[in-house]
Design a protein around this ligand. Structure first.
Ligand SMILES: Cc1cc2nc3c(=O)[nH]c(=O)nc-3n(C[C@H](O)[C@H](O)[C@H](O)COP(=O)(O)OP(=O)(O)OC[C@H]3O[C@@H](n4cnc5c(N)ncnc54)[C@H](O)[C@@H]3O)c2cc1C
Length: 391
């Protein structure tokens, strides 16, 4: 039976970032196992798939601290301008790098590219072992956790971390209760080519059916996240490219000229999933396993990486036993306010921006107008969007 200091279930964004961060921050090397059923280049990998995500300025700073940013920066497209608008009304706001005094408002990365970088780095690290399997059973003892895998082996750790996504077998095994709220929306994603160059601009447009976001990518492409009612999303997924682009053009408008080409589409049902308890005996929960958010404000991994950073720091500060009560207590206490505030902000935005009642329409137009007229870094929404959040 193999023994490790830390066993991480799930080798996607949260799990791999954590594995690489722990040894970067720890004074003495710690042995780490990452359990993940999918090889990184498998098209079916649920974590390193065709999605692009926006990393906030704050997330880039955390990745820099872990020594991971240099490689990721090579495949990242900076966001220099964010334009938020409401399809049928005047309220809108613009945020540019010059106003906030930062070199970029965020960075867009393709998850499949990040996956390849992470696996290359992990293979160079003698203290990290990648095990291709799933966790099937977890048994806890006073000083260790035993984890049975689907390949019939058993590994032991002083600490088990669940980074195994929204459903989280580990949390189910250990009775960490899940709260769910169905937003009754589906996100349709695709890469889109536009007539006019994006020039580092990101767009978020609120429509009667839900928000449409277009993020700048490499090679002049834009990454689309289009949130729709489930029946509408099913129709849109079935359209041919011409009909898809025509409907998207109507929803998004002409700010980037004609929408010319659309790549392969994928869809994600949108639910808020939340586990209040993010620690228990020799067990911690990070990333989507702790909370899965609506992508309206692009906060999912930007919140998850703050879980990861705080846990890696708590582990690095521990002098002897990485799974002891003090490590977990420090992690739990430091994460509570940020998790609650980000979940609340994201859910409030979904409700405010996803319907067309007159009162909310007026409210959101006033809100966008106010955002445009407040000293920029004083707006809590923007600070959180930029990831400038204390942990
Ligand atoms: C359309 C869309 C757009 C988004 N845009 C943004 C954005 O702009 N900015 C942002 O910050 N976030 C965004 N997000 C959220 C972001 O993608 C996620 O928060 C992040 O990728 C989650 O990573 P994770 O590692 O926590 O979980 P996951 O990606 O769910 O990974 C979990 C891993 O665990 C593995 N696993 C599952 N079960 C087991 C088991 N039993 N044993 C071992 N391993 C297991 C899985 O194979 C998987 O690899 C977006 C999400 C969506 C859907």
């Amino acid at each position: 039976m193999k023994q490790f200091d830390v066993v991480i279930a799930g080798g996607a964004m949260a799990g791999m970032t954590l594995a690489l961060a722990i040894n970067k921050l720890s004074k003495q090397p710690l042995s780490i196992a990452v359990i993940e059923p999918f090889p990184v280049d498998d098209l079916a990998h649920p974590g390193f798939d065709s999605r692009s995500i926006a990393l906030s300025y704050g997330s880039a700073a955390i990745l820099r601290k872990f020594g991971l940013w240099e490689e990721i920066a090579k495949i990242a497209t900076p966001i220099e301008h964010i334009h938020v608008s409401d399809r049928t009304h005047a309220g809108m706001t613009d945020i540019a790098t010059q106003e906030v005094g930062l070199e970029a408002l965020g960075y867009v990365v393709e998850l499949a590219d990040v996956g390849r970088i992470y696996y290359r780095q992990a293979q160079l690290d003698d203290n990290i072992e990648l095990i291709q399997a799933s966790v099937s059973q977890v048994t806890r003892h006073e000083k260790k956790v035993q984890i049975r895998l689907t390949n019939e082996t058993v590994v032991e750790g002083k600490l088990l971390v669940a980074a195994d996504g929204a459903i989280s077998t580990c949390c189910q095994q250990l009775g960490h209760e899940l709260t769910e709220h169905n937003f009754d929306q589906v996100a349709v994603i695709a890469n889109v080519t536009t007539e006019l160059a994006h020039k580092g601009q990101a767009f978020e447009r609120f429509t009667e059916s839900g928000p449409v976001a277009l993020l700048p990518m490499s090679e002049g492409r834009m990454s689309l996240v289009w949130c729709l009612h489930p029946e509408h999303a099913t129709e849109v997924m079935d359209y041919d490219d011409k009909q898809f682009l025509s409907e998207l053009q109507t929803a998004f408008g002409w700010r980037l000229g004609k929408l010319k080409k659309v790549g392969q589409r994928a869809s994600y049902p949108l639910l808020l999933r939340y586990r209040k308890e993010n620690v228990s005996h020799r067990f911690a929960v990070v990333g989507n396993a702790a909370q899965t958010l609506h992508p309206i404000a692009g906060q999912g991994f930007n919140l998850g990486i703050r879980d990861v950073a705080t846990l890696a720091e708590s582990i690095a500060h521990s002098t002897h036993d990485v799974g002891c009560y003090q490590v977990l207590k420090r992690f739990k206490q430091s994460r509570s306010d940020d998790r609650d505030a980000t979940i609340e902000m994201t859910s409030a935005l979904v409700h405010l921006f996803s319907n067309d009642y007159l009162a909310t329409r007026i409210g959101r137009n006033v809100g966008l107008f106010a955002m445009d007229n407040l000293p920029i870094l004083k707006t809590p929404l923007l600070r959180r969007t930029l990831g400038l959040v204390s942990r």
